[in-house]
Design a protein around this ligand. Structure first.
Ligand code: NAI
Length: 377
């Protein structure tokens, strides 16, 4: 692991996810931007001293020559470091699990995707929400035609935690997320809009043809957007609307997807992830529950406990990790990855996410979102 040290957020979730299905051992790391803190964290986590590395470059050098070298590295650092770290490990022939957004610039995202292809190494991207079984169920239902041709996609990812200038009050996570050099061009849209965009595309299979965006910064002095509205035209003719917000008071983690087709609709909400609401034209809404026997193979493959015993965020993240493991093993053995490898986000998904952020910021900055004033207001 690179990053994810003391006081970090997502590294701990990666460690749970890596261990739950027993596919991974954590054996080496450069856990912190500060080498001494990284070594202390490694010692606390029972990492052998010779495998606690001072930085990622030392880790590449230290690991590449070992007989028992790492198979894969998880990159859990702020966005601007993903590109050089992922590049160094791919070039050393080591598979990569990279946090989103994959890079901070489109140029780097293209280069990284191409490098993954050239080296033949696997580069997974942790679009967390595609790990949920009921998201897979929704995807299977759309593909099966249960709601007919998709007309409208509404996806929103509102959060509350940055509703004030906490980046100026010592909050580590907010500090780099509001710095364009570290976060990239898109604030809320890069941080959480990318999750919403991936989720909508993952479930519907739709490809965006064009977007128009309106970005806003509500917290005074903040350099990046903390609220974004994006209209999406899909190639199929479907229309989408995406909202990401870091200033939505009362919303803890309100990611919600609604898909409306010609004959039915689906609603999935991250805070109630074991349920999917399906409504047929003029019918009563039906709640489909995780763990039931009649769900799709992809949903059942990602379920551990019987229905009624809730599963959640950690299990969804684990499903991604187990998908990565399935692909890495299958690649090594020259065979197909099977159901756990199905839909697992990889470098092209990472590239699409960065391209989306780039288009959103361009739409807002260069084309003013295509705004017209009403003649009377
Ligand atoms: P954080 O600020 O909590 O942790 C970052 C960690 O990286 C710290 O331990 C820091 O010391 C370390 N670090 C920074 N530069 C480093 C370097 N050059 N070498 C080694 N370690 C370094 O950040 P957080 O919130 O955990 O986010 C990290 C990444 O995870 C970001 O890309 C973020 O977008 C992504 N993320 C993804 C989520 C998901 O649902 N998939 C959720 C939250 C974050």
């Amino acid at each position: 692991m690179v990053g994810g040290g003391e006081g970090a957020y997502i590294g701990g979730i990666h460690r749970f996810a890596a261990r739950l299905d027993n596919h991974f051992d954590l054996v080496a790391g450069a856990f912190d931007v500060d080498a001494a803190r990284g070594h202390a964290f490694a010692a606390k986590n029972f990492i052998a001293p010779d495998r606690s590395h001072g930085d990622y470059a030392a880790m590449v050098e230290g690991e590449r020559g070992r007989d028992d070298r790492i198979d894969v590295v998880a990159i859990c650092t702020p966005n601007h470091t993903h590109y050089p770290i992922a590049k160094a490990f791919l070039e050393a022939g080591i598979d990569v699990i990279c946090e989103k957004p994959m890079t901070t610039t489109l140029e780097d995202a293209i280069a990284l995707h191409e490098l993954a292809q050239q080296t033949g190494r696997f580069l997974g991207v942790t679009y967390t929400y595609s790990g949920y079984p009921m998201v897979h169920e929704a995807r299977a239902m759309v593909a099966r035609g249960d709601i007919g041709k998709v007309r409208v996609v509404q996806v929103e990812y509102p959060l509350e935690w940055m509703a004030t200038g906490i980046e100026l009050q010592g909050n580590q996570q907010a500090a780099w997320r509001t710095d364009p050099q570290k976060n990239g061009r898109g604030g809320s849209i890069g941080d959480i809009g990318t999750h919403a965009y991936h989720l909508a595309g993952f479930v519907t299979g739709l490809k965006a043809e064009a977007i128009a965006a309106d970005l806003a910064t509500f917290v005074e002095g903040r350099a990046l957007d903390d609220n974004a509205h994006v209209m999406i035209r899909y190639e199929s003719g479907a229309r989408g609307l995406l909202w990401s917000s870091q200033v939505a008071i009362g919303q803890s983690n309100g990611l919600r997807l609604r898909v409306f087709g010609e004959t039915g609709s689906l609603v999935w909400h991250q805070e109630h992830p074991n349920e999917l609401v399906f409504t047929k034209l003029f019918g009563a809404p039906e709640t489909i529950k995780r763990g039931r026997d009649d769900l799709s193979e992809d949903a059942r493959a990602r379920t551990r406990t019987p229905p009624g015993h809730p599963e959640g965020y950690i299990e969804a993240f684990t499903n991604l990790y187990s998908g990565f493991a399935a692909i890495i093993r299958a690649n090594a053995e020259g065979r197909a990855a099977g159901p756990m490898g199905e839909g697992v986000p990889a470098s092209y998904d990472g590239l699409k996410g960065v391209a989306f952020v780039d288009a959103v910021v361009d739409s807002h900055e260069k084309h003013n979102g295509g705004w017209l004033a009403p003649r009377f207001a």
